[in-house]
Design a protein. Structure first.
Length: 358
């Protein structure tokens, strides 16, 4: 009779590659199931980050996705409305090393079916083109103005000086697609760079780590060094995430914030995905942030009505007096984070309708 000793190695001591493999297994097999659109979304996001950052994976790390890959054409045939998710996962699995070459044939089928032509959004059309061009297929060969239109959108810096999360996320994704996720120079104009700067100031004032991390990644893909104020704060936020595991943990969590914060860590040369990652159901929760001052600043400016000015030097005392001590500190850091703060505030103040006869 022999004694068997089970050595439970803490997950924090696993190698980075092993933690990433456990993360893949958790999202592929334990959080949701393959016919759930949220399963598609979560796994497409994770695999995309792993593929574009080149983070090393151990052998067999992609094995949890073998069943999906074997049946992907059946899913695409029945769920063509999810073709971007399905193609993205298939492309990334192949490019990460899963044996097979289905993505090219699937891209050609999607192009023949005209699925990208059914998109109303230029952003979605740009994503579709970016995905299928990875296998040399242009689904929109007749749309020569697509890139010009999205560049026109991101060049309008005034859009991004006002709270509009949808527009800000579209801005970052356009940069991701134009840059091939950091593989080429997106050739952004000075105006587009200012758009990213304005969106970053707003995200910081809102303490929105998810959006600000995407903005910092987009800036790096555009060849720019993001504000140290922003990235230092995001690094701290990344380390403060907690990971819970077990069959009952909720998937109504902050997984996306966790993904993009760690994406930024990898892109900026910092340690990424350092948290323990057991091979089971996991949930990710961000530490409660300080009360963001953005709403307080907006309400203060709105209440000023005709006394509102686009001149930050005139408005500064009014705004600062309306804030809590922590809100004031965040505002001070926001000013330090960008040389464009006064230009940003001129748009944020929204004084444009003065004197217009209605």
């Amino acid at each position: 009779m022999s004694n068997v000793i089970h050595l439970n190695v803490p997950s924090q001591r696993l190698t980075g590659a092993a933690r990433r493999a456990a993360l893949i297994a958790s999202f592929a097999q334990h959080r949701r199931f393959g016919d759930d659109v949220f399963w598609l979304k979560e796994n497409a996001e994770l695999l995309n980050i792993l593929e574009c950052t080149g983070l090393r994976l151990p052998d067999q790390a992609l094995a949890p996705h073998q069943g999906f890959y074997d049946q992907v054409e059946k899913r695409l045939g029945f769920f063509p409305q999810y073709y971007r998710f399905l193609l993205s996962i298939c492309l990334d699995l192949e490019d990460l090393g899963l044996p097979g070459n289905k993505a090219e044939a699937l891209s050609r089928w999607v192009a023949r079916e005209g699925l990208a032509e059914a998109e109303l959004s230029d952003l979605q059309r740009l994503e579709a083109r970016r995905l299928m061009m990875r296998r040399g297929v242009d689904p929109l060969p007749g749309d020569g103005g697509l890139e010009e239109r999205v560049r026109s959108f991101i060049d309008r810096s005034e859009t991004f000086a006002m709270p509009n999360k949808k527009a800000a996320y579209e801005l970052t994704h356009i940069v991701f697609y134009l840059s091939e996720y950091g593989r080429r120079d997106p050739q952004l104009s000075t105006a587009a760079m200012i758009s990213l700067e304005f969106a970053g100031i707003l995200a910081y004032l809102d303490q929105n780590a998810d959006l600000l991390a995407e903005i910092c990644v987009a800036l790096r893909y555009a060849g720019q060094e993001p504000s140290d104020v922003w990235e230092t704060w995001l690094e701290r936020e990344t380390h403060q995430f907690t990971v819970e595991s077990g069959p009952q943990v909720s998937t109504a969590d902050n997984y996306h914030d966790y993904f993009v914060c760690n994406w930024l860590m990898a892109v900026s040369g910092r340690d990424a995905f350092r948290k323990g990652a057991p091979d089971e159901r996991m949930a990710f929760f961000r530490a409660a942030p300080f009360a963001a001052p953005l709403r307080e600043i907006s309400e203060c400016m709105f209440r000023l009505e005709d006394a509102r000015s686009a001149d930050w030097n005139r408005m500064r005392s009014h705004v600062e007096d309306s804030l809590s001590e922590m809100g004031h500190e965040i505002l001070c850091q926001a000013q330090k984070s960008s040389e464009k703060f006064e230009d940003f505030f001129a748009g944020f103040a929204r004084t444009g309708l003065r004197g217009v006869a209605l």
